[in-house]
Write a protein that binds this ligand. Structure first.
Ligand SMILES: Nc1ncnc2c1ncn2[C@@H]1O[C@H](COP(=O)(O)OP(=O)(O)OP(=O)(O)O)[C@@H](O)[C@H]1O
Length: 423
């Protein structure tokens, strides 16, 4: 029976998708030219969860997609509306298998946040602890599966029909997205990530950073109950000053913790954007949202740390050599030529360090992505292809660079002795 219902729902969802494509005037489906980046982004926004995530994936994968699309998808908005509180309560009750008031003393009916996959509500446990409940929206997993199978099929057809299509190995990309997105739908995995990171903080005697405690008796695949953090996002400088006397110190703690996790934790947090890094009332740095994590092989990490060491001393040959060890290539790369190109990029970057105050966050994000894409492009022009884990890592590195500009404009990342990137 389950499969029949899924089949019907699946067919319905595909029909829905096609009708949105029709409504948004998507002649590009039939045409022989690819859609403009903007049209594609708008279409994705109206198609909901899967496509929004796909859009965000494009935005963070300059190694896979053309630059114009990567840039346009930086603006892919998660405009998913809030679900009524009644629906949320029912999901929680069904997942718990018992009346709400046996677990929670109260739940705030107004959501703290709502995005395509989950909605977050503040609550209090009967035992008195302040918590948040992250509730997975109904049917999300089904929609993702159907959409992704549909995309996978389309990709396979496109590949067969147009073998020369410049976006090579589309179905491989869809598979990769499917893997990471299905993981995001499993809150047990996320709960486990939170626990592992908490243990890492404990084992490394790190008392300046924090990660929410998971309440297992009220967490399942679809709901996650965890300690509530009271704080502000790391980039909100005005409010941070109210909590932390020295925002620079806070930033250094966040970075040191993240860098330590690269070697001392089994994964790294691969999505530490402003909203996922909080400065707490007691001055500690809170890491939240462990839906996306990355794992890096020891060899690759060794090469990355050699790359960072080379960047610190401005050794372009060293950078080039490390890049070659990180990338995947089938041909011989000329170290000196790659080093020369990196030197030119580095000189441009130096010029880009913002003089104007205040530094606009949007502008900074653009810069960060430009550098990332330029580096990757330089590597690729020399025949190197980078693993996605590396793109995640580099993007994170550049995010931190941006926070430094905002929070500690005087700081020199490569010279500051308080920073310990190579644990
Ligand atoms: N432990 C917590 N304490 C306080 N607020 C939290 C906590 N966890 C989540 N939030 C709030 O809920 C928002 C969304 O949570 P989270 O990032 O985990 O969900 P998400 O659906 O994965 O979001 P995104 O799509 O932005 O990655 C956070 O930005 C934060 O404002």
């Amino acid at each position: 029976m389950g499969t029949v219902t899924n089949g019907i729902k699946g067919a319905f969802r595909i029909g829905q998708t096609l009708s949105v494509l029709g409504r948004t005037g998507v002649n590009w489906v039939r045409g022989d030219r690819p859609p403009t980046p903007r049209l594609l982004r708008q279409t994705f926004e109206s198609l909901g969860a899967t496509y929004i995530k796909l859009g965000q994936f494009i935005a963070s994968s300059p190694t896979f997609f053309p630059k114009d699309y990567v840039e346009e998808f930086q603006y892919c908005l998660d405009k998913t509306p809030n679900l009524p509180f009644g629906v949320i309560k029912k999901i929680i009750r069904d997942e718990l298998g018992q009346p709400l008031d046996q677990v929670y003393a109260e739940i705030d009916p107004v959501a703290l946040a709502s995005a395509s996959i989950a909605q977050v509500h503040a609550a209090r446990l009967v035992t008195g602890e302040d918590v948040v409940i992250k509730v997975q929206k109904p049917g999300v997993e089904n929609i993702l599966l159907t959409d992704l199978n549909f995309l996978y099929l389309s990709a396979r057809i496109l590949e067969t029909l147009a073998p020369k299509l410049s976006w090579t190995s589309l179905s491989g990309i869809v598979e990769e997205i499917q893997r990471t997105m299905m993981e995001e739908c499993d809150f047990i995995k996320e709960a486990n990530n939170l626990k592992v990171f908490r243990n890492f903080l404990h084992d490394s005697h790190n008392e300046d950073a924090a990660v929410p405690q998971v309440y297992e008796h009220c967490s399942t695949r679809r709901i996650l109950t965890m300690e509530r953090f009271h704080g502000v996002p790391l980039t909100d400088l005005e409010s941070i000053r109210g909590y932390a006397r020295d925002p620079e110190r806070t930033l250094i703690t966040a970075m040191n913790t993240w860098f330590a996790s690269l070697t001392q934790c089994e994964f790294f947090h691969a999505d530490v954007h402003a909203g996922n890094l909080m400065v707490l009332r007691d001055g500690r740095v809170g890491f939240i949202d462990f839906g996306i994590v990355g794992r890096i092989k020891p060899d690759t990490w060794q090469a990355v740390s050699d790359f960072i060491s080379a960047v610190m001393v401005g050794n372009f040959e060293g950078m080039a050599d490390a890049m070659i060890r990180i990338g995947i290539t089938h041909k011989k790369v000329q170290v000196e030529e790659l080093a020369g190109d990196l030197r030119r990029l580095y000189q441009q970057m130096d010029k880009m360090v913002p003089d104007q105050v205040p530094y606009e966050a949007d502008q900074a994000e653009d810069d960060v992505n430009h550098i990332l894409m330029d580096m990757v492009k330089i590597g690729e022009s020399h025949g190197l292809h980078f693993p996605r884990e590396f793109a995640l890592l580099l993007k994170q590195f550049l995010y931190f660079d941006r926070y430094v500009h905002i929070l500690a404009p005087e700081m020199d990342v490569f010279m500051d002795e308080r920073l310990n990137m190579l644990h």
